[in-house]
Design a binder for this molecule. Structure first.
Ligand SMILES: O=C(O)CCC(=O)C(=O)O
Length: 261
């Protein structure tokens, strides 16, 4: 058990694991985003949401990566599911910002037992709009959705955020990562990111892991069972294991294992 990682997370509401996945897998993440951008030309690359990913064999392979699940198991135990994944890929010069928010505001999870991994598919720095957190805010109560400011100016990944008058970002920390690193954050911590005005892509995958005892209260939502057992008392839906189809899926290392049910 990596108690240092847990201690850091408990104290600060976030922590970082360097080289959490191999460079080859991180390169595939980058390639995957570019393949999805081609496949969905009318969808902004910051908006490649769970519904577009949940039947994709590469995503199942990636979120089920043993090294990631071993980290997650320390926090939420052995019975692990994916609640949601979302690529927030910011293109050069025009990449959108993410307004200050707490993830838990948006999630109908019962209980709110969940851990987020933010996986870097490219380097993610202050220059290209890395994620930023305000340490200590993981202990604040969740802002309700009706208390948020709605902002639909096309410049933000989320259409809402916490009013800036309620934010003190003096102590905000840039979570600068290299491709293949991950950060972990608490569902209550206030976080966001600046636009990408640099000439490089900033690619990140948000991966939300829950214990199978957490109920996802969204009609028709499909989670992915990744390790251990489902909980018979908790009626979540799970996606089937996808079958690799070269017409629609990116080829990746190990795709053959996904070519048969
Ligand atoms: O990708 C970003 O800049 C923000 C990510 C985020 O809000 C999250 O992972 O909850």
């Amino acid at each position: 058990m990596n108690t240092k990682l847990k201690q850091e997370y408990e104290q600060r509401g976030y922590t970082i694991v360097r080289n959490a996945i191999d460079p080859d897998l991180a390169s595939e993440v980058e390639e995957h985003v570019h393949s999805l951008v081609k496949k969905y030309p009318n969808i902004r690359p910051e908006q490649l949401h769970h519904n577009l990913l949940v039947d994709d064999p590469f995503i199942h392979r990636l979120v089920g990566e043993t090294r990631l699940l071993n980290i997650v198991e320390e926090f939420i135990g052995h019975n692990i599911a994916l609640f949601a994944a979302h690529y927030i890929a910011k293109p050069p010069f025009t990449g959108q910002a993410v307004l200050w928010h707490q993830d838990g505001t948006y999630w109908p999870l019962e209980p709110m037992e969940v851990i987020s991994i933010w996986l870097a598919g490219t380097d993610s720095t202050n220059k290209n709009g890395c994620m930023r957190v305000i340490p200590g805010t993981q202990n604040k109560k969740l802002t309700l959705q009706e208390e948020l400011q709605e902002v639909n100016d096309g410049k933000n990944v989320l259409g809402s955020g916490i009013y800036s008058s309620q934010i003190d970002d003096t102590d905000a920390v840039d979570l600068e990562l290299n491709a293949g690193d991950v950060s972990l954050h608490n569902p209550s911590i206030v976080h966001g990111s600046n636009p990408n005005t640099s000439d490089n892509w900033r690619i990140g995958l948000t991966i939300r892991y829950i214990p199978t005892s957490t109920f996802v209260k969204i009609e028709g939502h499909r989670s992915i069972l990744l390790r251990g057992e489902t909980d018979p008392k908790v009626k979540n839906n799970f996606a089937d294991r996808p079958v690799f189809n070269p017409q629609i899926h990116m080829k990746f290392n190990g795709w053959e294992k996904w070519s048969l049910k």
